[in-house]
Ligand binder design. Structure first.
Ligand code: IPE
Ligand code: IPE
Ligand code: MG
Length: 256
């Protein structure tokens, strides 16, 4: 087994079946399948999103217990703005409610909330709720919960390029100077996820074999796990099973 930057070595009593070594430092999840979950039950898609919020609560708690330092959840993509207005409004209202109801839990569990995405496209109300939750939890150290909202991976890279170009134009960066060279690290430093390690593990629920514009740059070497389980049915037991599978994989990073 390759021990290269495999993960942190926080020991865990929460999931004894997991080796204390190689707990991933960063797990990213594409939470998909809420609509199908509802459809199967002849319910409105929105019921699926509501049920999905319960899964978020459970998985966040499990990450905290196991000692995973960073969890990034794909909650709403830039493409999801094209969904019917009522569905977008419902998703925003579920998000707003979640940000209020979970404050106590986040404080008790030492969870820091962060948002990645085009926050400027969100309504003032949602932005306020996000800002409040981030402000309240800013000193928490147990788990960094990144919510990807109005997030698109390509746009994130475009934004980084714009920021770097701006710095070159203003003379803050001189790419001809060796110390200012445009490197992979410099680009990483201009993404929403700056200062965070890349995800070790990417999970997608509901069986779709695609990335859907999520963390394009950061998942270069992530281990990918796709489960057919629909997000509202996903639970901690399955999550721990995936972590176990991750621990058994060999990460080669292009080496032999
Ligand atoms: C994921 O579930 C939630 C969001 C994308 C906001 P979906 O709403 O995509 O559910 P399916 O894919 O239609 O089943
Ligand atoms: C990806 O799911 C976005 C989120 C989970 C927030 P989608 O359901 O939007 O992705 P596609 O449309 O199946 O690619
Ligand atoms: Mg979907």
């Amino acid at each position: 087994m390759n021990s290269d930057k495999r993960g942190s070595t926080i020991s865990s009593t929460a999931a004894p079946e997991l080796g204390p070594e190689y707990i991933p430092k960063h797990v990213a999840i594409i939470m998909d399948g809420n609509g199908r979950w509802a459809k199967k039950r002849l319910l409105n898609r929105i019921k699926g999103h509501e049920k999905g919020a319960n899964t978020v609560r459970a998985i966040v708690k499990t990450c905290r217990k196991i000692g995973i330092p960073i969890l990034t959840l794909f909650a709403f993509s830039t493409e999801n703005w094209q969904r019917p207005k009522v569905e977008v409004a419902a998703l925003m209202s579920i998000l707003k409610r979640f940000l209020v109801t979970e404050q106590k839990e986040m404080m008790e569990n030492d969870i820091r909330l962060n948002v990645i995405g085009q926050i400027e496209r969100l309504s003032g109300e949602v932005r306020d709720a996000l800002r409040n939750a981030m402000e309240l939890t800013k000193n928490n150290k147990g788990l960094l919960l990144n919510l990807a909202i109005s997030y698109g991976g390509r746009y994130e890279i475009v934004r980084a390029v714009r920021k770097i170009a701006g710095k070159v134009k203003n003379g803050i960066i001189d790419p001809d100077d060796r110390k200012d060279e445009i490197t992979e690290d410099l680009i990483s430093d201009h993404l929403y996820t700056r200062a965070m390690p890349d995800p070790d593990l990417l999970i997608r629920t509901s069986g779709e074999m695609r990335i859907s514009n999520f963390l394009l740059w950061q998942i270069a070497y992530a281990e990918i796990f796709i489960t057919d389980t629909l997000w509202p049915d996903f639970d901690s037991k399955e999550f721990i099973g995936i972590l176990k599978d991750y621990q058994d994989r060999e990460r080669r990073f292009g080496k032999v």
